[in-house]
Design a protein. Sequence first.
Length: 575
Amino acid sequence: MFFFNGTDFRDLLIVEKAERPVFPSVKNTTKEKLIDNGAYFISSRREPMYIKVSFSFVGNQKEINTVRRVLSTLLYTREPETLFFYDEPDIIYQAKVDGQITFNENHNYVKGTITFIVPDGVGYSKNMKDLYFYNVTSITVENHGTDFAYPVFDFRVHGNITMIGLANQWGSYQFGDAMENAPLKEVTIEAAQASSLYKTKGTATILNEDIQTSQGWAVIKQSFLYPGSDFNGSVSNITTTQLPNNTTTVTVGQGAKYWQTGEKIADWVKGKTFKFDKIKEVNQSRSKKAYRILDDEGYLGWILEQDIVGLEKNMKGIYPIFTDPTDGSSYTSLALYKSVNKNESDFDVNYKVTYKANLNEYGSMSLVVITADNQIIAGVRAETVRGDAEVDFVCYTNNLTGTREMGRIKANFTGTMSIKKRDGDCSFTMYNEWDKRTYGIKLTDNETKDMKADRVVIMCTKPKGKKFIERGYPLNIKFTGYNADVVYTSSSGSSGETEKRNIQAPRFMYSTGDHIQINMKTGNAFVNGEKELTPIAYGSKPVAISPGKEEVLITTEGDKGSFVDVYVGFREVYR
């Protein structure tokens, strides 16, 4: 008997035979030899695998018609779903029905066949292998499967690092800049009297924090940012809901889509209550923790806390409490700012928010970078201005009238709005963590080329007399300057002496608490839940885990004493 798409088919059909190949067919590519006989072997690839299930059913005509309709509902899927057989319950396949389902009726007796296609041609262990290593330079992983496994590596940074490298006999993967390959910058060192420090230009992470009222955010007069606006309300921290200390079970929400490790959650899991045996810290989507849940047959998977009923508010951030203005202003806006003044004109800023608007609710959330004399360098905002429960993403540079729309979606998401400025070019993106989609646009404004960032402003706004959106919470912000004033140690002599020197200036810096996830199956990398492409070194090749024991070397570069902890998760593969 078999289980597919969240349904146990033991109660519907009698399986007469299941034809499972020893392994999928292999297609070899060869090249004919010009002189000698035979051919040269070039490469081989695994073809999709087909599993044929023959079944029978006994019943009256009404029951037969009912089964036919039920099968058409349960077996058709848009994407591959989980399939396993009860004589081998520890191995699952990602499968989809292929071709026509036969259904031959003979009075009250029915015989039929179902053919499943397994596109990747392999099965996976039902149980995820989870390993955790603290402050290591190599790890040894044991793979009991019969084929290569491609793990997910989760790194937690301690200190400041510029590069993480992974290598074994099958591949090597570099994330960030190795010091010897980092760009060179020529700097002039001015020796300070009785000091071994000097300033130069480099990369500096200036802000990287959850937004809380205790973090020193100050109110700014927002009329120059949002004309005709005033604010007489207040701001509070988001309340945090946690499980009681003695709780041993959790209920999976109906809206849950993916396990923490990226696989799709079957429908039968949703809405049910399960025991959990482990909790781990993550920094993924809207979650800081993941729970490992179990059923009667064993381990099911890691569920993010955002998908647990009752834990949707387990996040850090702030929310505004609005009072309509009494001075004739058309809008009420909460605007908070922090200094980022390191004399930089190039920067990245990522602003994480959670946002929800229902019908007849209005509001916007903005991120703006300004100069010391209140000139706008660049800004991006999410806004619901039509009361239609949808949100527009707009951006602008230097002049508020020059806005550009870069996307429109349903107004219920958690995501990150980002600005990347290089000279006169600004790239704006919005990454929606719920559907994994990115919206973006690039604007060129040469007037901003030499503008220097002084403050970053976050702002929540609503029209006077209108109901504010249900959820408009600033959560987290990270600001990195790429030509900021940075202090280095100097070997120069007495005060007044100068010298020129070329120094390595890595483009990327990751600091204590940053979470870097690298998925070897997809090649994708995420920093604090946001997909990154640029830091992946050209020529990086996935590091696979072969059957048996496999050693993986882990190298990091950065400040002295910096290191990473690493969690490795993978399913063993069976061909």
